[in-house]
Design a protein around this ligand. Sequence first.
Ligand SMILES: C[S@@+](CC[C@H](N)C(=O)[O-])C[C@H]1O[C@@H](n2cnc3c(N)ncnc32)[C@H](O)[C@@H]1O
Length: 242
Amino acid sequence: MKTGNFYGIGLGPGDPELLTLKALRTIQRADCIFIPRSDTKEDSLALEIVTGYIQGKTVREQIYPMTKDKSVLNAAWVRAAKEIHTEVAAGHEVVYLTLGDPMTFSTYIYLLRHLGELLPSDTIHTIPGITSYNAAASAANYPLLTGDEKMAVIPVPANTENLRPILEMFDTVVMMKVAKKLDEIIQLLEEMNLLENALFASYIGQKNAYLTADILPLKGTGKGYMSVLIVRRGRKEDSLQK
Ligand SMILES: C[S@@+](CC[C@H](N)C(=O)[O-])C[C@H]1O[C@@H](n2cnc3c(N)ncnc32)[C@H](O)[C@@H]1O
């Protein structure tokens, strides 16, 4: 029997209009759709994004534990990879949906490692998605890079003082996984006189999306969850180009 194919698909940050045509067409052609969901969440945003396009298709949720225990996580990825392998080996076109871009800070990468041991490489395909920070920058008409500028994309470090040299070295710094560190970052930006250069964006592409360049009032609001902070040193020159 002919082997099927596996497609890891990036859905973008939440707005179904930010799906690529390639993602959409691949989802519409699929025999079986795998959707990851954490064991602490009732709803799957990935499912919501594609809900208009998957009527009549087999949808299988894979539950992933919200834990940092590597052996528990590894067992979940091995299980997920085996389930996917069974479908592909049966000749099916299988898709696996991920938020944002699959290759950017995504647990999809761990799944991919396990799938690589089970499936021939020419049956494994990844379709890129728009990252949260790309969507945020465009939504705010906030340039990321021009000319020979350099950009760093980083998860916020446990010690936010470690951000200082990164903010000094790069023209643009995209901070992801902001969460509880928002107040400390604001403090640092204030000290470095960079508050006016920043863009804050949370839940981009979703119903409760929030975008602001007025950073100081965010202090103490606890709004850091599902957010990115972008700081661009040349921001003031961008603003002059009216
Ligand atoms: C595990 S990473 C996933 C990144 C994702 N693969 C991407 O391409 O954007 C999770 C982090 O991405 C950022 N993020 C994901 N979705 C977001 C959204 N809709 N709005 C703002 N930030 C988001 C937040 O910093 C969050 O802590």
